[in-house]
Design a protein. Structure first.
Length: 179
């Protein structure tokens, strides 16, 4: 799960948060208001995902949900990278925020459930260190956008994230997919 957390911070969060100013200005050709709509749509989707998770009690199999929703998130981000207008981009980010929220809540629940009581604080501290993937992802995405362009960069990040998510699911299938 720590590898998945690092992967998400490296490849998914730069697309759905850090690169939004670039997307607003260079791709959708909108001003700060458009950027606000993009950021707010992802945040609103996350809020709705959190509320739905609380109201429903969350997924019955958090490990499966974590992998499935992460894969869906990458698929949506792949599509988001190829949209040409603000309206569909807002909708894509709204759905991406929703699935991101469910995936991250499932990841946290899974980590806490798998940890002994006396190690939970340490485990969550290590989980927090996965955030250091995001600066690396932002720097890499900036360099790649300059070299190969926006759409190929987003496609590469989303594809790499999706492939490694699937590989993580295959590698740890026994522990993540058990009943």
């Amino acid at each position: 799960m720590m590898w998945l957390a690092f992967l998400i911070n490296l490849t998914a969060y730069p697309i759905s948060s850090g690169l939004l100013p670039y997307v607003a200005k260079r791709v959708y050709l909108v001003d700060a208001t458009g950027l606000g709509w993009l950021a707010a749509s992802f945040a609103l989707g996350s809020l709705v995902g959190s509320i739905v998770t609380v109201v429903t009690g969350g997924p019955r199999h958090p490990a499966r949900a974590m992998l499935v929703y992460t894969a869906i998130w990458y698929a949506i981000l792949l599509g988001f990278g190829h949209l040409w207008s603000l309206g569909p981009g807002i909708l894509a980010l709204l759905v991406a925020g929703f699935v991101q929220s469910v995936a991250m809540i499932a990841m946290t629940a899974n980590l806490l459930n798998a940890s002994d009581d006396r190690f939970r604080g340490r485990v969550m501290g290590v989980r927090t260190l996965a955030i250091y993937g995001m600066p690396l992802g932002l720097m890499a995405s900036g360099a790649l956008i300059e070299r190969i362009g926006y759409r190929p960069t987003i496609s590469t990040f989303a594809a790499v994230g999706l492939v490694f998510t699937l590989l993580i699911g295959i590698k740890w299938r026994v522990s993540l997919w058990r009943r």
